[in-house]
Write a protein of this length. Structure first.
Length: 145
């Protein structure tokens, strides 16, 4: 994704998405590209303030975990929400009509690779992000507390 598009998404679409999602309790913009959307609330690792990020999530049949990917649109650095979740695994998840405390667990090794393949099968855009980034893109499992 070109820089100007990333900036447009970050400065315009994300705040509008977050606002509409919250006002409608997830009925508006609760799905994107055929996948569900959640708002992940983390604690800023430097500021300590709550930070909220709308993210596409996946849920695979055998687990109740919600899976999010720290792709950052294929950029070569991790998104802030991921760094915040890595620093403090206690997060809040907002879904359509509900909000709950969760624990963010960073998947590693074979589990991460298998989850990423399932994500790519569900949404091929994530294959492009993987090929664009010069880093291993983290996969995070969000489990209810």
């Amino acid at each position: 994704m070109p820089t100007y598009q990333r900036l447009l998404v970050a400065w315009l679409f994300v705040p509008v998405h977050r606002l509409l999602f919250r006002l409608s309790r997830g009925r508006l913009l609760g799905r994107l590209e055929g996948s569900g959307v959640l708002i992940l609330v983390t604690r800023g690792r430097r500021s300590g303030k709550p930070r909220s990020s709308p993210l596409i999530y996946f849920q695979f049949g055998e687990s109740d975990d919600l899976i999010v990917v720290a792709s950052n649109y294929g950029q070569d650095h991790h998104p802030s929400w991921y760094l915040n979740a890595a620093a403090d695994q206690n997060v809040t998840v907002e879904l359509t009509g509900e909000r709950f405390a969760a624990r963010a667990r960073i998947a590693g090794g074979d589990e991460r690779a298998a989850l990423y393949e399932r994500v790519v099968a569900a949404n091929p855009r994530f294959a492009r992000y993987r090929s664009a980034a010069d880093r291993e893109i983290p996969v995070v499992a969000l489990g209810r507390r």
